[in-house]
Design a protein around this ligand. Structure first.
Ligand code: DX5
Ligand code: ZN
Length: 223
């Protein structure tokens, strides 16, 4: 299985999103990660469906929409209509997680579940056969540019084993603090989708940063 790189536009210049997306596309990005925050579930506010719709018009890459909001059930339809290829929801806010996963899939969108750093793996054990991917937060969600939490490595490995035990070949995605220092560790732990914001858009040359990070990820896979 290859490793997919998903640059997060959270750290890009919101006045020039089309340019940001074009640069990482040239650099070999596989997905565009879109961080949606509501100021309730996380202490920050970002963007909604209209921006996803506009991004959809300027890129061929699948849009990986990460919902950091308290009531995702209310908005998954709008994000699907806007052009999301993947939608991930936090287990911490969903008492009927199984129903939400089925609702996302019924919209023809890949369904992912996300765990905060303090959420144990067991929280997804009953739905592991239903999901298309699992996203491990390796920082506390809300902001780009935070330091990677080392405990996330073993969590990735544990979730990979859990998916395997359910014969689910879905990918483990990791989000937060991924850069040239942490990339090989997380790939070796089993991550196969890597989100990176600051490491790419905080760099003077996002195209090159994308290419370098992808090459490092692929090298770790082969090592
Ligand atoms: C954090 C977001 C991340 C963020 C990652 O709440 O979910 O996707 O953009 O940013 P970096 O790569 O800078 O840690
Ligand atoms: Zn994210």
């Amino acid at each position: 299985m290859s490793v997919l790189l998903a640059p997060s536009i959270l750290s890009a210049d919101f006045a020039h999103l089309a340019d940001a997306v074009a640069a990482v596309e040239r650099g070999g990005a596989d997905l565009i990660h879109v961080d949606v925050m509501d100021g309730h579930f996380v202490p920050n506010i970002t963007i909604g469906p209209p921006v996803v719709k506009s991004l959809k018009r300027v890129t061929k890459l699948p849009l990986d929409v990460h919902l950091m909001i308290t009531d995702p059930d209310k908005y998954i339809g709008a994000f699907a209509d806007a052009g999301a290829s993947m939608i991930s929801v936090h287990v911490e806010v969903l008492p009927h997680l199984h129903r939400t996963i089925q609702a996302i899939k019924a919209l023809g969108v890949q369904a992912g579940v996300v765990l905060n750093p303090s959420t144990p793996v067991v929280a997804i054990s009953e739905v592991v056969g239903d999901v298309d991917f699992v996203l491990v937060m390796s920082v506390n969600p809300g902001f780009g540019g935070q330091a990677f939490i080392p405990r996330s490595e073993s969590k990735v490995t544990e979730i990979r084993a859990l998916l395997d035990s359910a014969k689910n070949s879905g990918r483990v995605e990791i989000d937060g603090g991924i850069d040239m220092h942490t990339v090989s560790r997380v790939v070796k732990a089993g991550a196969r989708m890597l989100v990176a914001g600051n490491a790419i858009f905080g760099s003077p040359d996002p195209e090159r940063a994308t290419r370098d990070l992808k090459a490092a990820a692929m090298a770790a896979l082969q090592a």
